[in-house]
Design a protein around this ligand. Structure first.
Ligand code: GRF
Length: 216
């Protein structure tokens, strides 16, 4: 009987981009530390503002950080600096985690289908800012979050996964956002595990697991 030798893969190196609180970044870091994302590591956390609260937590977690201030700079120039920083850290996958900036076409082209984002609504409903408030005001009964690849349109690329929750009669926009955030933290880890497995392809705008047969 022959035994297959274990396949040793290079770790998937994440470049996590934040602008604020960084709770998704922290959830990812915890998942890595607790063994839920084998073969994944955070190469660098980049913030576009020095005041992002998430930066302080990075220090505690021992994560390398870079602050590249975007305010007052042309988008293309700032993005070129971010891409250079990601390259210096040998980043394989760019993870937007509350990064409050649109990416330039050059940035997206530098990492084709290698940039992921989390959005606090069930896309394609409620793209853009204040998604939870939009969903609440619209009166939806099911809300949730979406992890997707990033393309040149806002909150638009192929969807990797979504998690849904019912909107309660007692909810307000704040309580809804809090419950969606809990789902976000689970969703990002699951989505990164899927991407890290490499066991998928993108058909049109559909993310499809490799063992899924193509339609006849
Ligand atoms: C999250 O709701 C995320 O979906 C959205 O921005 C928020 C960032 O939160 N893109 P955090 O900084 O990860 O806590």
């Amino acid at each position: 009987m022959s035994t297959a030798s274990p396949v040793s893969r290079k770790p998937l190196r994440l470049g996590v981009l934040i602008s604020g609180r960084g709770s998704n970044m922290i959830a990812i870091a915890n998942s890595i530390r607790e063994g839920r994302l084998p073969g994944v590591e955070i190469a660098v956390v980049i913030s576009n503002t020095g005041s992002a609260c998430g930066l302080a937590v990075c220090q505690e977690l021992g994560l390398p950080t870079a602050v590249l201030v975007s305010k007052g700079r042309p988008r293309a120039e700032h993005d070129a600096d971010v891409v250079a920083c990601l390259r210096r850290h040998n980043v394989d996958l760019v993870v937007l985690a509350g990064y409050m900036r649109l990416l330039s076409p050059e940035f997206i082209a530098a990492y084709p289908n290698r940039i992921v984002n989390i959005h606090p609504s069930l896309l394609p409903s409620f793209p853009g800012l204040e998604a939870q408030q939009q969903a609440f005001d619209y009166g939806v009964k099911i809300a949730g979050c979406t992890v997707h690849f990033v393309d040149e349109h806002l909150d638009h690329g192929p969807i990797i996964l979504q998690r849904a929750i019912p909107v309660q009669e007692t909810d307000d926009a704040h309580s809804l956002a809090t419950r969606i955030l809990t789902e976000e933290h689970i969703a990002y880890t699951e989505a990164l595990a899927r991407v890290a497995s490499g066991d998928y392809e993108i058909r049109g705008r559909r993310y499809v697991r490799r063992d899924t047969p193509a339609a006849p």
